[in-house]
Structures are given as C-alpha cells and as structure tokens.
Design a protein. Structure first.
Length: 442
C-alpha cells in the first residue's frame, strides 16, 4: 500500500527542485533573464499553496484514493504540455498543471495512512511516516543533481518529460494496491469545500505573489486588494461552518500554528539556496548544468541520510534546533562566497543545507500528525505544504530582486544576509517552543 503513496508523494518536491538546474538553459533558449524564469518556480508554488489544502479537504470528504488517482492524471498531462511547449507561456501552463496535479499525493497519502490506522486500531508507526517524509525530502534533495543530469544529457525538456512515466507507474501501483475508498461522497459534501474561502485565499495569495515578484519596482497598489481580500477571508473563515482554513482551530491549537510558521521560515531559507545558489554556480562561477548538479550532490546525500535518521528520532525539538543552527551557519558561509572561494568550501556549504532538509521535513511532519485533528489530517497536511510553498514563493521573489538579469556575487550575498537573519529567528522560535520541550519529556 505504501509504495504508490511514496512514489506519488515524491513528484511535487522533485519538481520543485529539479527545475533549478534548467532555469539558465530555458532562459537562454527563450532569450529571457532570471527575473522571468523564476516564474517557473513561483507558479508551481502558487498552484500548490492553494491546491494542497483544497485537495486535502477533498481527500477527507470524498476519499483519498479518488483524489490521488485524479492528481496523477493531471501530472501526466502537464508533462506532455511541457515537452511540446512552443513558447515560454506554455511552460508556465505546464508548471501550473503540475502544481495542481502533484498537490494531491501528500495530503491524500496522510489521509490513507490515518484511515488504515483507524482500521487496525493502532497509530501509524513513526517509521512509516518517516518513509513518506524520506520520499518527499529525498526527492527534493536529489532534484538538482537529477535535473543537472537530465539537462546535460537530453536538454531541459527532459525535466518535463520525466513526469509522464513516473505518473503512469504511480497510477498503476495505486489502482492495484491502495484500498478503495469505503464511502461515497454525499451530494451535499462538496459544499463543505468552502468555495468562497478558496476564491478569497487564491486571490489574496496571487496578488501577494505578483507584488513580491516585482520588488525591484514595487507595485504598492497591489497591497490594497491583498489587504482587502485578506480581511474578507478572515471574516468569512470565522463565520463559515466548514471553513477552508479553520482559523478558530489554529487559534486554539498554538502548537500546530507554530509548526506551520517554523516550516515556512525554514523552507524560505532552503529554497533561497536551492535556486539562488545553483544559478550563481552556473552564471557566477561558470559551471555547466551537469557540474552544478554534481556540486549539489553533498547536499542531496546528507539530506537523504538525515531524513532517515530523523524518522528514527523520538524527539522533535532537538533535530529542529540542530537544523536551524546549520541553516544559519550555511548562510554565513555563502555570505563570503566569491569567484575565488575554494570548491571544498562550496561543497561544505551545500552539506550545511542538506542536513536541515532531512531533519526539518521529518520532524515537522511528525508534529503535524501529532497536533492535527483526527478527522482533518488531510487538510492539515495540505496546510503544512502551503506554509512550505509560501516560504518558497518568498524565496523566489528574493532571488528575482537580488539577481535581476544575472546571478552575481552581490545578489548571492544579499540572499545570504537575509537568510542569516531568518535562521536566527528560526533558532529562537524552536528553542522557545514549550510544546516541543513537552514532547521531548514524554
């Protein structure tokens, strides 16, 4: 049963990072700079940030297997659109579809595991959750290396093509091994999806993304509709019987809210490196896509190893604290990186970011599973990914502001300085969290 869940869950994080070593090649082919190619990153995160909690709610209401299979069909379609894309706009459309399709797997997988746990009458083992986290984190970690190999061997279109066979294999495994949903949705259930809340959230988030991506020349007027939509969204969520985002629950469940905050901040720093560092290696240091992917290998390997170690760790606070410290230290290394920096130092910096990737995802996933309401684990898992993608969207905006048309030393140092400040904030949030300390005493 877990095999298709693992395969489906790796598609979204794999595609979020695999594109990093293809951005320069895509930009050269279409004659555009980093400020525009970053939209290939942002559009997937924007789609995923909205789709994850929506599809998580669908998994809770109409059945996770249905949602899981439908998402894989959309993934395969997105791969075909990307392979055949005649222009940059078609690539944007492909990534939009990819964001929606891949968003089904993780919340549906969490809902399947919770349903199986209820059937067996015992909680889901931490090792099973660890495998799910390993699939997601491992695929995100190896994404730059795999992307570099694909681009260097077959060109950047291979980044999109690889999704077709992966989606088809996952679909076949899911049909064979995931238990059928044990109930059919009642006609009234779709109303519980809160379409107005989804529209308001999507509008506010889209406006915010457009503002962030234009920080070089800020369109301040965009903040007016963003603020208005956010206010109406808050008002509606507090009054809706089944809100899209349960603000009352989050207001009572401080531990879950802090988990979302930690997760978003951590991935803001991680994705600044994932995209900003790789572009700098290619344009600032002159490495090829293949060599850049190989240089990111230490980060990939350490992330894989640490995700396994994190799954075997009983506590949550210790691994999260270690991760926050290493994110700060790695950012400090990049603050002094230049064209003359020894290769060994660059490899060390990559490893400093690989360890947190492995520890943060596993530990925060365990925290969400522990603190989320039992009947809403799918939507809670979706909101965790939404927090992650909000961090990633902010990271891509910072990259566009720092680099402009070319990735240079000055832009890298700006991102590193911001990442140091965020890393210190993350350390403080983790160390001071009483819920994490209480968890360690159990």
């Amino acid at each position: 049963m877990t095999a298709p869940l693992l395969l489906g869950s790796l598609l979204n994080p794999l595609n979020t990072t695999m594109i990093s070593t293809a951005l320069v090649a895509i930009g050269h082919d279409f004659g555009i700079g980093a400020a525009r190619t970053v939209w290939l990153v942002s559009i997937l995160y924007l789609a995923s940030a909205v789709a994850q909690p929506v599809l998580g709610r669908l998994a809770d209401s109409i059945g996770p297997r249905r949602v899981f299979l439908a998402g894989l069909v959309v993934v395969a379609a997105s791969g075909l659109v990307g392979v055949l894309a005649p222009g940059f706009g078609w690539l944007i459309a492909s990534r939009l579809l990819l964001g929606v399709g891949t968003s089904a797997a993780y919340p549906a997988a969490m809902a399947v595991l919770r349903a199986e746990s209820r059937r067996l009458g015992r909680p889901t083992p931490r090792t099973v959750l660890g495998r799910l986290s390993f699939a997601a984190l491992g695929s995100a970690a190896v994404g730059p290396t795999l992307g570099g190999l694909l681009v260097g061997t077959w060109g950047w279109r291979a980044i999109f093509a690889v999704n077709v066979p992966l989606a088809l294999i996952a679909f076949g495994c899911a049909v064979a091994w995931i238990p059928k949903d044990d109930h059919a949705a009642a006609p009234s259930e779709p109303a519980g999806l809160d379409p107005l809340g989804i529209v308001l959230f999507s509008g506010a988030l889209t406006g915010l993304v457009f503002f962030l991506l234009g920080l070089a020349h800020p369109a301040w007027w965009l903040l007016i509709p963003v603020a208005a939509l956010s206010a109406v969204l808050t008002w509606w969520q507090l009054r809706c019987p089944r809100p899209f985002i349960d603000l009352r629950m989050l207001g009572r469940n401080h531990a879950l809210a802090r988990t979302y905050l930690r997760h978003g901040l951590a991935y803001l720093v991680i994705y600044c490196v994932m995209y900003g560092f790789t572009q700098w290696l290619e344009e600032g240091r002159g490495f090829s896509s293949l060599h850049t992917g190989l240089l990111m290998l230490p980060m990939s390997v350490t992330a894989l190893v640490c995700s396994l170690l994190g799954a075997r760790t009983k506590g949550i606070r210790a691994p999260l604290s270690i991760a926050a410290v290493l994110l700060t230290a790695g950012s400090a290394v990049l603050l002094f990186a230049s064209g003359a920096t020894p290769l060994a130092v660059l490899l060390l910096a990559g490893a400093c970011f690989g360890i947190p990737q492995g520890l943060i995802g596993t530990s925060n996933q365990a925290a969400v599973y522990q603190h989320a309401p039992a009947d809403a684990v799918g939507s809670a898992a979706g909101l965790q990914r939404t927090a992650q993608y909000l961090g990633a969207i902010t990271a891509s905006s910072l990259i566009g502001l720092a680099y402009g048309q070319r990735a240079d030393d000055g832009g890298l140092h700006l991102m590193a300085a911001v990442s140091i400040v965020l890393g210190l904030v993350l350390v403080a949030l983790t160390v001071s969290d009483r819920a994490l300390r209480a968890r360690n005493r159990k």
